[in-house]
Design a protein around this ligand. Structure first.
Ligand code: GLC
Ligand code: CA
Length: 552
């Protein structure tokens, strides 16, 4: 799966914004890479308050990206190359500029009133409860007062992104019709945005100050569990499945907090008729410190265990909501190329469908803008001003936010060393990362240790080695601080993967269960002249290798 953030991928007409014709021009490159499915982050008509996660028309393409005809052309051309297309359905909320909301706010008896969640003020005129909005906007509340009707509407994110009311059957039916329309057009499935948050707790109770309450602005508490996995959420998904997915050969994936090994099967087991798979945040979150190898082993082992019970999962280390993986989990200086490849090995050889985010295949890195005005990500901007409000110096706030910002992955794709990295002939909507003269697609293609070529090999390997897809997972050297070593076994085949996730050379250790085995090296991120296992005494920094065990 390859994730495209259209706005930053390739601009075909010089307006500084990536577009569908830009993507069409790069389809052959994607086919060469070997991917067979694209997930587009939202490309629908939108005022772009949250870069498309605020949809104003679910049945049209944002004019900045092109037209419906461009999309149909893209669908046709992608299909001809064996590439499927998933759209990002943002159904927890819409834009406040959506026709439904414009109607809804007009009067209490408007036919669209119940498409959204309205509540009267408390007797003192204040907000219905203490819920805070995730972007820390305005006074911090998740409710905004609307003068026209004297009531508040709910928005878990920006006030410009009102929550839809999934309790209301006409809203559901309209959404089902809309999704069937895309599927009838030939779209191959959907990624569902924050799919665990559609159901709100009955009566809208105040949220207690819990360890999950990350932030608090003016007493409004932002708790990621606030509206997450509330009782009744499964009824919603089973209904969507019945009315939209049933009987179609499509792929669906849910994104949301609150997913864990205990509840994942409830959403994704085939017998449940809800979704095909999900992506979870247990290893990847810009809000927590990077994972340790111990955490990595524990999480992956647990998820692999769950996969034995009719569950299929996903692997990723970065996306449009996270920093660049090579900067966060790798080493983006001297070992940029090696560590980008090592992380790619992990993503492609752990159980589950690998997700690549645009630019990973050329080792794009984080960016550090020197002033807040250069940032676009609403989290970064909201958190910045709330930090200043709490007395922090601007410089310190910026330094804390730079490595976490979602803009790290949203900078324009670096195609070549020309102005603006060849992304646009105009002025890019977000500043290009300054390292583009050396880190770019063209330079990578010319290099003898191309990251792109390494990804191609990895993707091909998944097709040739059933153990990567179907094999069980068994960590060896389970306590090593810097080296991951694991086996993937499936029927006759056993693969051994070794990854030194550190800047240092590490003495080779062969665990007792592998002594006397014969190893054939299939892939390495170091030159072929480096002897294979058994022939040397140290693993090099960020070295990653895949072996086939000939006599398991
Ligand atoms: C999801 C999206 C993120 C967006 C949010 C609100 O987490 O991935 O980009 O800001 O939902 O729609
Ligand atoms: Ca454009």
């Amino acid at each position: 799966m390859y994730e495209i953030y259209c706005k930053s991928f390739c601009d075909s007409n010089g307006d500084g914004i990536g577009d569908l014709q830009g993507v069409i021009s790069k389809l052959p490159m994607l086919q060469e890479l070997g991917i067979n499915c694209i997930w587009f982050t939202p490309i629908f008509t939108s005022p772009q308050v949250d870069n498309g996660y605020d949809v104003a028309d679910y049945q049209n393409i944002d004019p900045a990206y092109g037209t419906l005809d461009d999309f149909k052309e893209l669908l046709l051309k992608a299909h001809a190359l064996g590439i499927r297309i998933l759209l990002d359905m943002v159904l927890n909320h819409s834009s406040d500029e959506h026709r439904w909301f414009l109607e809804s706010r007009k009067s209490k008896d408007n036919p669209y009133r119940n498409y959204y969640i309205w509540q009267p003020p408390k007797t003192d005129g204040s907000e219905p409860n203490n819920w805070g909005n995730y972007f820390l906007e305005g006074n911090g509340s998740a409710w905004t007062f609307d003068k026209a009707t004297g009531e508040y509407y709910l928005h878990q994110y920006s006030a410009k992104m009102p929550d839809l009311n999934w309790e209301y059957v006409p809203l559901r039916e309209e959404v089902y019709r809309m999704m069937r329309w895309w599927l009838d057009m030939g779209v191959d499935g959907f990624r569902f945005d924050i799919f665990t948050r559609f159901k709100k707790p009955a009566g809208f109770p105040d949220t207690p100050k819990s360890p999950n309450a990350l932030l608090d602005r003016n007493g409004f508490i932002v708790d990621r569990d606030m509206c997450t996995c509330v009782d009744g959420i499964h009824e919603i998904w089973q209904n969507i499945h019945k009315n939209v997915m049933e009987g179609r050969d499509i792929f669906t994936i849910g994104e949301g907090s609150g997913i864990n090994i205990q509840n994942v099967a409830d959403y994704t087991a085939q017998s449940r008729k809800e979704l095909d798979t999900v992506y979870h945040f247990n290893l990847v979150s810009r809000k927590r410190p990077p994972f340790t190898l111990q955490q990595f082993r524990t999480e992956q082992t647990q998820w692999a265990e769950v996969m034995k019970k009719d569950v299929w999962t996903t692997q990723y280390l970065s996306n449009h909501d996270q920093p660049r993986m090579v900067s966060r989990y790798g080493s983006d200086g001297q070992f940029r190329v090696e560590s980008a490849k090592l992380l790619a090995v992990l993503v492609h050889t752990m159980p589950g469908t690998p997700f690549l985010y645009q630019g990973e295949e050329i080792g794009m890195t984080n960016v550090a803008y020197s002033c807040i005005e250069n940032y676009n990500d609403r989290y970064t901007v909201g958190e910045y001003y709330s930090m200043l409000e709490n007395g922090m110096e601007a410089e310190q706030a910026l330094a804390i936010l730079q490595p976490k910002s979602r803009d790290n992955t949203r900078t324009p794709y670096q195609w070549n060393a020309s102005r603006h990295a060849g992304f646009t002939t105009g002025t890019p909507w977000l500043k290009v990362n300054e390292n583009y003269p050396s880190v770019n697609y063209e330079a990578d293609q010319k290099s003898s240790d191309s990251i792109f070529a390494f990804y191609q090999q990895l993707i091909r390997m998944r097709k040739d080695h059933p153990a990567i897809i179907g094999g069980n997972l068994e960590f060896v050297l389970p306590d090593h601080e810097n080296v991951l070593m694991y086996l993937r076994r499936y029927e006759q085949e056993t693969l051994l993967i070794i990854a030194n996730k550190s800047d240092c050379e590490v003495p080779v250790q062969v665990p007792p269960e592998l002594i006397g085995k014969v190893f054939r090296r299939l892939l390495s991120n170091r030159p072929e002249t480096v002897p294979s296992l058994g022939g040397r005494s140290a693993w090099l920094p960020w070295e990653a290798e895949i072996y086939c065990v000939e006599n398991p």
